[in-house]
Write a protein that binds this ligand. Sequence first.
Ligand code: GLA
Length: 352
Amino acid sequence: MPKYRAPGRVNLIGDHTDYNEGFVLPLALDLACVVDARPTEDGRIRLRSEDVPGEVDLAADGRDLASSEGWGRYAAGVAKVLSQRGREPVGLEGTVSSSVPVGAGLSSSAALEVALALALCDAAGFEPETLELARACQEAEQVATGVPCGIMDQLASLAGRRDHALLLDCRSLETTPIRLPPGLAVVVVHSGVARALAGSAYAERRAACEAAAARLGLRSLRHATPAQVADEPRARHVVSENARVLAAADALARGELDALGPLLSASHASLRDDFEVSTPELDALVRALEEAGALGARLTGAGFGGCAVALARAAEAEQVAAAACGTYATSTGREPQSWICAAADGAGKIDS
Ligand code: GLA
């Protein structure tokens, strides 16, 4: 059976900027979702997960979205948005498995959406452009969860490049791969507290940003100056974070590792104090990573739980991760989990 693989992502810097037409700097992970499936004749999507019990059985045009539950909602969402874009309702039968941890802020749902979308498109001989596919999967996430997410996760999963981070301009959707210097390691640590993104906080933050842009008469906060948002913490985060992303992309491209750390740490402070999406656990984890010798660390993704990302010198990465996990576990009583991550290629069909 054909297999389709789509990676999760970790965002090095630039959070809550994508839906403000701003900049982000994610990389596709070597943790991925794999759909192993073949077309069916009966117009049904029948999928079994190798990770969680239960089976998904729904109409290939996505009309079952309202009655779908759990991960079946993502399948129904993808089927629906692709159908609206002209995909014939050809069915699919097979299995889904994923090494992307759920609720960690590493985009397990985007990986599932993109892998499923590739399988569904291939089954029906439907060939959307990469950007169109990213937009479709973003919309699938929105209809499946009700969360008005941006495009970073789905685009990173599709556009990933081995050994590279991706500078994404979320206004033009231009993608610039930036090679990760060999001496640099990306350390990801799960705080052991699952992130509940489906809550209203994400939507509330997005609405606050849009209201701030509207007050300034701007199409989005991408166009605001620091002076315009000096007294508005939410908007101030977005404007300062965009500048940090561009500075980090520049430092990465030049291999200036020492310049990266302070940018990550400033990003965390801004997400904690101005955007208010951190948690006591994430703050403790970031502190522990910095004390353990990381160049810099920050929460990654939407916040409200999930993972922190740190950059470390490659030779010290294992030691930094182990020491930080030890300190964090002792001070919070939580069970952290860490990964030294490699940047992987974006989603695609695996020849088998
Ligand atoms: C989630 C959303 C993304 C992005 C991040 C925060 O991962 O899906 O679109 O907004 O939060 O940067």
